[in-house]
Design a protein around this ligand. Structure first.
Ligand code: DGJ
Length: 705
């Protein structure tokens, strides 16, 4: 039995107790327990049953095959077949307030491992490992993962699935023997396997239960695993999937894992999300957008696709400005040879046939209307039908001798090729230096197959070089904001958010589908980073139709925009855009700084979200009716998070046009308003109005005393 030394890392409400002996084991990660207990370490010592190893083997922060850990080890690698089962011994630890570094070595295997753990006042824990080869021959790393333990009472998971135009779908499952594993091999963060999941006590929900949320901050291939072992112990593990031969460390070289972010809350999913949201706002988002109002967008894609005519685009800009738009973005189709999605990628020169007068008159026109100007790029991609490919076929990220499948008719550029990298930087730099461009929509429209550099696997390096390219652009043009887009929401994660400012959440602008997509994303991201655009009434991705009211309210909470051709829209629609843009502008300081709540509904046909001001002075609640009301009456709306002692004036801010015609009469408070205490709103609530499917109401709470 090894008593070990107990080290504590504490957030505001959360605490980690780490037993540091030969290895380091987190023996408590949960609620903060203030006050010393003489026997806290001893109280969690485990018995050793028959039929197992004769010693207790901890699930350490770095489980080792060589110590008799039978779960998934933290490291798998070898040196030409040797040094494959290292056993690291802690040499020393360094603690500084809320962070801890554990340095250990295996001198026989010739490896040094540094584990970094840090927690902050938002109760978000960060973990990563660095492995260094300290012996002469190269060390091949197959896997290097970050492991965090989960207590035995964790027996339910919430995981993600998704696809193009259907991102962030959540599902619940029991955690049983065999556990859960997801592998993303698509070469970008992916629609299918967003790199996060939530584990918790049985039946955890929005308001109740112990939950542990995990987000692996990496924009490439990854594996997540939650294991339940025969002894009842559980752990979460995350790692980059290295392709064969990708990581070969010469003496002195090291590899560092991406950060794993994790957060515990005893207040259910809302508690966890609020911790992640405040961490994202304080620690992850680039500083340029921290105190800036997010400008309302008009993005040209669904309005004109590849059909670019400068005069027409300028008339779109004029109409946009009249509706209150603040940033006008020209999407795909502006560069040489880009007449459709089969040609042009890579040729980042303005198309002189489409833009004979150049881009400057348009930028000036947009700026003259008081709007910022933005431009679309897809830097990492190349069409074979492009001058770039004709001149540099060797710049493809590919394995020579094989013909890989295309995605959207395109291929990927090998960013490890310095000439290719420098070309892309020069092209981006040219446009950003020549024109007054405030914003780039940085797209990536295909998944990666056979990512080869000089014949060797290069998926990991490709992701690192993508970060390097964005970093280099940002270093030279620090004021330019960037949207991370990958065919909608295919590259949404915390690591890319450190260097970008918002995400294109989905190519699906259908308001009903957006309700589910945005809700799934809201578990880890605050609303202001979600690009949410009002699309045309006839939705391009689902062929469904929605009123401007439902579309406007569904886009209201995020980073709002409009995605259509304003010139062709009817007057009534334009008035609608203007109305919701105005409403959004009035509410955005609250929406983008307040505390978000997902509210449980009495009727499953409802989806309810709220944002409460940090000082509790006001709140807005959106009730969306997703399908037919389950019953003829829809129960009560209870709103958490208000000041329980204060009185609030409650009014309906927005409702469907036919609101009062669809019933004998609606709840009187929705017509004349009412005054209630915060405690009443939370515990008793208000009667829900009756709504038609695919419509919504917006409710305002104003503190009056
Ligand atoms: C995919 C993006 O998600 C769309 O918004 C649009 O920019 C197209 N690419 C352009 O090709």
């Amino acid at each position: 039995m090894n008593e070990g030394k107990l080290v504590q890392l504490a957030g505001k409400h959360t605490q980690l107790l780490i037993k540091v002996g030969e290895s380091a084991e987190i023996i408590h990660w949960g609620k903060r327990i203030d006050g010393e207990s003489k026997s806290s370490g001893l109280s969690l010592e485990r018995p050793v049953p028959y039929g197992r190893l004769d010693v207790d083997v901890p699930v350490s922060v770095h489980p080792e095959l060589g110590r008799g850990s039978f779960g998934s080890p933290g490291l798998e690698g070898h040196r030409s077949g040797f040094d494959w089962a290292p056993v690291f011994v802690i040499e020393h630890i360094e603690q500084c307030d809320q962070s801890l570094s554990i340095i250990c070595t295996d001198t026989l295997a010739g490896l040094r491992l540094t584990t970094e753990l840090m927690i902050d006042d938002h109760d978000v824990l960060k973990v990563r490992h660095t492995l260094q080869n300290i012996k002469p021959e190269n060390y091949q790393v197959n896997r290097l993962s970050s492991t965090l333990p989960l207590p035995p009472r964790v027996n339910e998971l919430m995981t993600y699935s998704g696809r193009w135009v259907n991102e962030f779908q959540t599902q619940r499952q029991l955690l049983q023997h065999g556990g859960y594993q997801q592998e993303n091999r698509r070469g970008r963060t992916s629609h299918e396997h967003y790199p996060a999941l939530i584990a918790g006590s049985r039946h955890f929900d929005e308001m109740n239960g112990d939950v542990w949320g995990f987000h692996f901050a990496w924009s490439g291939n990854h594996r997540l695993r939650v294991d339940a072992k025969a002894d009842g112990r559980r752990y979460f593990q995350a790692e980059v999937i290295y392709l064969p031969g990708e990581i070969s460390l010469a003496q002195g070289e090291s590899v560092t894992t991406p950060w794993l972010y994790a957060s515990y809350s005893d207040a259910g999913l809302n508690g966890m999300s609020q911790q992640f949201h405040s961490h994202v706002r304080a620690e992850i988002l680039p500083k340029e957008v921290k105190n800036k109002l997010r400008p309302v967008h008009l993005n040209t894609w669904e309005g004109i696709y590849f059909d670019h005519d400068p005069e027409y685009i300028m008339s779109m800009a004029t109409q946009s400005a009249q509706m209150g738009v603040e940033r006008f973005i020209i999407d795909d189709g502006w560069f040489r040879g880009r007449t459709g999605d089969k040609a042009g990628l890579g040729d980042w020169f303005l198309d002189p046939t489409k833009y004979p007068q150049g881009l400057e008159p348009i930028v000036q026109h947009v700026n003259g209307l008081g709007m910022e100007f933005g431009l679309w790029f897809e830097p990492e991609m190349i069409n074979k039908n492009s001058d770039l490919y004709r001149n540099h076929p060797e710049w493809l990220l590919a394995v020579e001798g094989y013909e890989q499948p295309t995605g959207r008719n395109q291929y990927v550029i090998d960013l490890k090729n310095e000439d290719a990298f420098n070309y892309l930087f020069e092209r981006l730099d040219y446009f950003l230096s020549t024109y007054n461009i405030a914003y780039i929509k940085w797209d990536m429209n295909r998944e990666v197959v056979q990512p080869g550099h000089n014949g060797m696997a290069s998926a990991y390096q490709q992701t690192l070089n993508y970060y390097r390219l964005v970093d280099q652009v940002r270093a030279k043009h620090p004021k330019v904001e960037i949207e991370s887009c990958a065919a909608g929401g295919g590259r949404i994660d915390y690591e890319i958010l450190k260097r970008t400012h918002r995400f294109w959440t989905s190519d699906n602008n259908d308001a009903l589908e957006r309700q589910a997509i945005q809700r799934g994303m809201s578990y880890f991201f605050p609303p202001e980073v979600m690009g949410s655009h009002i699309g045309a009434s006839y939705c391009h991705s689902t062929r469904r139709r929605h009123t401007i009211q439902f579309r406007g309210l569904s886009a209201l909470f995020g980073h709002m925009g409009i995605e259509l051709d304003p010139v062709k829209e009817e007057v009534s629609e334009k008035q609608g855009f203007e109305r919701y843009v105005t409403l959004h502008k009035a509410l955005r300081p609250l929406l983008h700084n307040g505390t978000s709540w997902r509210i449980s509904a009495d009727d499953p046909a409802h989806q309810i979200q709220a944002v409460v001001a940090k000082d509790f002075s006001e709140a807005v609640v959106l009730v969306a009716q997703l399908s037919m009301p389950t019953h003829s009456l829809s129960g009560h709306l209870r709103v958490p998070g208000l000041d329980r002692q204060a009185q609030y004036r409650i009014t309906l801010l927005d409702k469907p046009l036919n609101y009062e015609d669809i019933v004998n009469y609606q709840p009187p408070w929705t017509i004349n308003g009412c005054e209630l205490s915060g405690a009443w709103c939370e515990e008793v609530g208000l009667t829900m109005p009756i709504l038609d499917p695919e419509s919504a109401v917006l409710i305002h709470f104003q503190r009056i005393s």
